[in-house]
Design a protein around this ligand. Sequence first.
Ligand code: E4P
Length: 212
Amino acid sequence: MKLFIDSANLDEVRELAWLVDGVTTNPSLVAREKVPFEETIARLCELVDGPVSAEVMSLVADEMVREARPLARIHKNVVIKVPMTEQGMKAVRTLSSEGIRTNVTLVFSANQALVAAKCGASYVSPFVGRVDDVGGGGMDLISDILDVFQNYVFPTEIIVASVRHPRHVFEAASLGADIATVPHAVLKQLFRHPLTDVGVERFLKDWQAAQA
Ligand code: E4P
């Protein structure tokens, strides 16, 4: 499974650029950083050699496409993030016909993922954390989408998004999702286990005692 970092913070991405396979941003993450949007996307592309998602803000297909084209020209790795709406899917169809890759975001059902894939989306982003937040089963959604996609030959990859904790990452990998996009803090947690810390400390202590 590929690991993306879900962040628009350049320091966070720089620190883990050696680990990750791509970057996703969203309007909330970009707004937090106070760096112009296009500059953020260009710098993220310099830091990570993989897909970098940049979201369009228009709600009408033609305007989404007009917004997307210059973003796609920033760097070959830019992927246009489009919301899962009827207008969004019209835009995905057009962008896909122009060879511009898309990431369909705010996916909350397997049918939405199916429609996005049929429209030519390169990626779909089901939001597991937000489903869990309202008492649903975020990972059941991933399982449903995988079931549907396994029946056909869509090239569309599934990005497990809205990841909140390491368990989400494990479950995404266990189900066989293509990608998990993970916040910086959760990526850092993936390295850690208390028994590893205890073990490292004990080996060091024993080694040093033998040198004395
Ligand atoms: C994914 O592409 C989104 O940017 C992100 O995962 C949303 O996460 P949130 O639900 O924690 O805001």
